[in-house]
Design a protein around this ligand. Structure first.
Ligand code: ADP
Length: 207
């Protein structure tokens, strides 16, 4: 299947995509991870994207569309897109040449997001990319690979509220867009990662 996960920052897109990858062998395409990798390597894309990500702004549509189109050319089926499309325009461009099977909308309110994101820590190792929450894991190294954990620049409180406003304005219209196409599967994302994954298995895989 070709899947998309849509949801506010902190709704658990990356976590769910990681579960789908490990259980079903899907390829996980995260535009946020691709951009952060480019920033680390100081590529031309990375240099342009860095200040935008730090301020919680989107990178220009043309740039991200180019990145994703190239990526999709390499991919066989069974993938999950996390972080793309993020604007109605990106959704329209994608639907022009790619048939998507289902769009998972992770539904969550702002209070839960704020708590989650300020406590989020990520593994620095790009091969691992584990995601932790300080409430349940309070060490500064990854329990899977031992690499240090870091806090994303855009997970600071002052940036989170801005990212949420941008999400409501730019990304939320995709929910109606995919509902009208009959592709949307709504999942309550305010529970634990396991609960979200169980819902996914029931509603999308039919297990
Ligand atoms: P989150 O969903 O938690 O905000 P991501 O890792 O998906 O985090 O994205 C981080 C940042 O990367 C976004 O805030 C945005 O600046 C940029 N970005 C990622 N995907 C896109 C996209 N499809 N279009 C524009 N900007 C993007």
């Amino acid at each position: 299947m070709r899947l998309i996960i849509v949801g506010a920052p902190g709704s658990g897109k990356g976590t769910l995509a990681g579960c789908i990858k490990s259980k079903y062998g899907y390829t996980h395409v995260s535009t946020g991870d691709i951009l952060r990798e480019n920033i680390k390597l100081e590529t031309p894309i990375g240099l342009l994207a860095k200040p935008l990500l730090q301020e919680g702004k989107f990178v220009p549509d043309e740039m991200i569309i180019e990145i994703v189109k190239n990526k999709l050319l390499e991919l066989k089926d069974d993938y999950v897109l996390d972080g793309f499309p993020r604007t109605l325009n990106q959704g329209i461009v994608l639907s022009a040449d790619t048939e998507i099977d289902k769009v998972i909308f992770l539904d969550i309110n702002y209070d839960v997001i704020l708590k989650r994101l300020t406590n989020r820590r990520n593994c620095i190792n790009p091969e691992c990319k584990a995601i932790y929450n300080l409430n349940s894991y309070n060490k500064d190294t990854c329990e899977i690979c031992g690499a240090p954990l870091f806090q994303r620049d855009d997970d600071k409180e002052e940036v989170i509220s801005h990212r949420y406003e941008v999400y409501k304005l730019e990304t939320a219209p995709l929910v109606d867009f995919y509902t009208a196409k009959g592709l949307l599967v709504r999942i309550d994302a305010s529970g634990t990662p396991d609960q979200t994954f169980e819902e996914f298995k029931k509603l999308v895989i039919g297990e």
